[in-house]
Design a protein around this ligand. Structure first.
Ligand code: B12
Ligand code: SF4
Length: 625
């Protein structure tokens, strides 16, 4: 079989824990999980390509050209919760353009499988580990098409979604093939703080045995056992050698949640890096309470350049409340040890935990400055899917925000933070001030500039610095204004559930949409309409005169009988829109429509409001909004 794996562009989302500039500038990492999936596919004897559209900044059309020349039997994507709609836009576009079956896997299939599968462009979903079931699935797809024995598989049979429960047990991490880096453009990757090329990321463990309330990694144990797994030192060093010799990699960011958990293993890895003459620099993430002098000393000798420490807050009360299980003294000790061996230090800090206020946040920044940290990354506390904090959010608000969001029933925005006395605006403001207080110090700027190793790096800092400043003065108020707007019309209950209470049979309702080749928007509009009102009918009128727009026809591959596509035959100078609407309405009336809603395809009309129109049309003949 031939499989095309696509890594679509990652975009900053409104609910992100990071400032926009941080999400956009901090890292351009290889899609290592997809590279694992690619390796699993290759090992099973199939042909695979991995298209990193994010890092190569490829458009949907140029990816389409690549797909068409590779001629795959299936296209596959990794879906997580945050980036779900970015991936879905690409899935819908490429599905419509190729008609190929689509497979998705990844953490969102573990967390919200049925909501993920509710989108008709997705044919198959795989929850759990690909290493268990992907080869079996590909075999079935090629031969028997009997999917009943593949753990974690979700598939469609007519209108119903069938599934087999995933295996919870994880596979020994040493038994994984190494990620298929030969399919990746290794020379393009970097992190905000990386100094050398080629750069890559590597996983030597998965999961984390600690219990921080806000952390999505500790929550993985809900669906994987054991969630925490580590590779042997031999296996890790072998991958490092391949990176060094085969891919010219000179800097590695070990992406484990908590490196140094197994000091003996990690010391051995460091010794072997030196013994085998691998002249690399590397970075890792860790906890301050497990820092050991002998390990840090050995690590520094093997090229450890920087550790990213989870410091979170200066306040012991806050650390206790988030179950971080560390003491301030341990932080001071770890950073001092690290500095002693010439290792740089980045601190992860948080704004908006329970008990946080302006004072605690400024004290945290002062603490970071006193510690002499080289960098900080400051995140707003958000309730990440499946975390303890998210359980609390659901309990306190009565709403499962992420599930509703993935199901298409809740619009993207910042979810409430009921555990905090701060408002969203205050958190945003304090977050920016915290960054500003740390980074915009003349002495600090001079120190960073003196340490710059390349023009590339210098440009990266200048660009990010300017963007940070811009961000500081021109706040993201738009987001808040929109939230205010949503609040102010909340009484209108823009809610799909309301429709069920109305006297409207959605099968008799028709949405007429004139389209002027607004292809990209159309996929979004249709997705929203059908996720909110699955039984409704849509009439899409392609009003562009000239060559027939095949894209709109292809959308029928996804939405089948619920979608009707009409192409206008004649050119109606300046009046295309009027004619398009007229033709759409004529069609709807010919099907005995009881309600017709006319809307644009450019996203200026929000499908959430269709429910509102359906409500008012109960009492009037025409409703205009
Ligand atoms: C490595 C990693 C990355 C890498 C690689 C991602 C990639 N596309 O390949 C990079 C740095 C690029 C990355 C980026 C981001 N990440 Co990330 N990442 C991780 C991390 C640290 C490790 C995961 C791991 O150990 N995987 C090991 C592999 C072997 O196991 P696995 O992930 O479970 O994958 C198996 C199955 O899920 C399945 N599978 C996975 N993908 C697919 C695809 C197909 C087609 C199939 C069939 C199966 C399949 O098979 C795999 C192998 O058995 C986790 C945290 C953690 N420790 O778990 C966060 C994590 C997954 N990332 C997360 C997030 C939020 C992001 C970002 C959105 C962050 C941002 N603000 O931009 C971005 C964008 C993600 C994207 N769309 O690519 C969240 C996801 C939360 C959620 N519910 O959405 C996590 C849990 C971290 C967190 N703190 O919250 N990430
Ligand atoms: S130590 Fe880090 S990775 Fe582990 S649970 Fe806490 S925050 Fe998550």
């Amino acid at each position: 079989m031939r499989i095309a794996l696509i890594h679509p562009p990652i975009k900053h989302r409104r609910f992100s824990e990071n400032l926009k500039v941080v999400d956009e500038e901090f890292t351009l990492s290889p899609p290592i999980i997809l590279a694992y999936v690619a390796a699993i596919i290759e090992k099973a004897g199939h042909n695979v390509i991995l298209i990193d559209a994010h890092s190569l900044k490829l458009s949907e059309d140029s990816v389409l050209v690549k797909i068409n020349s590779f001629k795959p039997d299936i296209i596959a994507f990794r879906v997580d919760t945050y980036q779900f709609y970015n991936a879905l836009e690409w899935i819908e576009y490429l599905k419509a353009a190729t008609g190929l079956p689509v497979l998705v896997g990844g953490i969102n299939m573990d967390l919200y499988p049925l909501e993920t599968m509710s989108y008709k462009a997705i044919d198959f979903g795989l929850a759990g580990e690909a290493v268990n079931s992907l080869p079996a699935f590909l075999n079935c797809l090629e031969n028997s098409k009997d999917y009943r024995n593949i753990p974690g598989l979700y598939w469609r049979e007519g209108e119903t979604i069938k599934f087999n429960p995933p295996l919870k047990e994880t596979v020994n991490f040493d038994d994984y093939p190494f990620p298929a880096r030969h399919l990746l453009p290794n020379e393009v990757y970097h992190s905000f703080v990386s100094k050398k090329k080629n750069f890559t990321i590597m996983l030597t463990q998965t999961g984390c045995p600690y219990r921080c309330r806000f952390c999505a990694i500790s929550a993985i144990k809900k669906f994987r056992t054991p969630a925490y797994r580590k590779r042997s030192w031999e296996n890790v060093v072998r991958e490092l050698e391949i990176c060094y010799y085969d891919f010219g990699i000179r800097e590695v960011d070990i992406f484990d949640a908590t490196f140094f958990l197994d000091s003996e293993r990690d010391k051995k890895i460091c010794e072997e890096i030196r013994k085998r003459g691998l002249k690399i620099t590397w970075t890792c993430r860790s906890r301050v309470d497990i820092a050991r002098e002998d390990v840090l000393k050995e690590a520094a000798k093997s090229g450890l350049r920087m550790v990213f420490w989870g410091i979170e807050s200066e306040s012991q009360n806050i650390l206790n409340a988030i179950h971080k299980d560390i003491k301030k003294e341990q932080t001071i000790r770890a950073i001092n040890l690290s500095k002693k061996y010439g290792i740089k230090n980045l601190g992860f800090l948080m704004v908006g935990n329970s008990g946080d206020n302006k004072d605690s946040i400024y004290r945290t920044i002062d603490f970071a400055k006193k510690l002499g940290l080289d960098y900080v990354q400051i995140c707003r506390t958000i309730a990440k899917p499946s975390t303890e904090l998210n359980d609390e959010l659901i309990k306190l608000t009565g709403v499962d925000w992420w599930r509703g969001y993935i199901a298409g029933k809740i619009e993207e925005r910042r979810w409430p933070i009921p555990w905090s006395k701060l408002t969203q605006e205050e958190v945003e403001d304090l977050l920016k001030k915290a960054y500003y207080r740390f980074y915009f110090r003349p002495k600090y700027i001079l120190k960073i500039l003196l340490d710059v190793k390349s023009i590339d790096e210098l440009l990266r800092y200048i660009k990010t610095g300017i963007r940070m400043l811009f961000h500081y003065f021109y706040t993201d108020v738009k987001g808040f204004k929109e939230i205010e707007f949503v609040k102010s019309i909340a009484h209108m209950k823009i809610d799909r559930d309301e429709v069920d209470k109305l006297n409207v049979n959605l099968k008799d309702a028709y949405i007429v949409i004139p389209s002027f080749r607004e292809n990209e928007n159309l996929t979004k509009v249709l997705r929203q309409i059908f996720s909110l009102y699955p039984e409704i009918n849509v009439v899409l009128v392609d009003s562009e005169f000239g060559e027939k727009n095949r894209f709109v026809d292809n959308l029928k591959v996804i939405y089948k009988d619920n979608l009707t596509v009409i192409h206008l035959k004649k050119h109606h100078e300046g009046n295309e829109r009027g004619y398009a609407v007229k033709e759409g309405m004529k069609f709807a009336l010919s099907r005995s429509a009881r309600v017709i809603v006319e809307m644009d395809s450019d996203l200026s009309h929000n499908p959430f409001y269709i429910a509102e129109f359906l409500k008012y049309i109960q009492n009037y003949d025409i409703v205009i909004g």
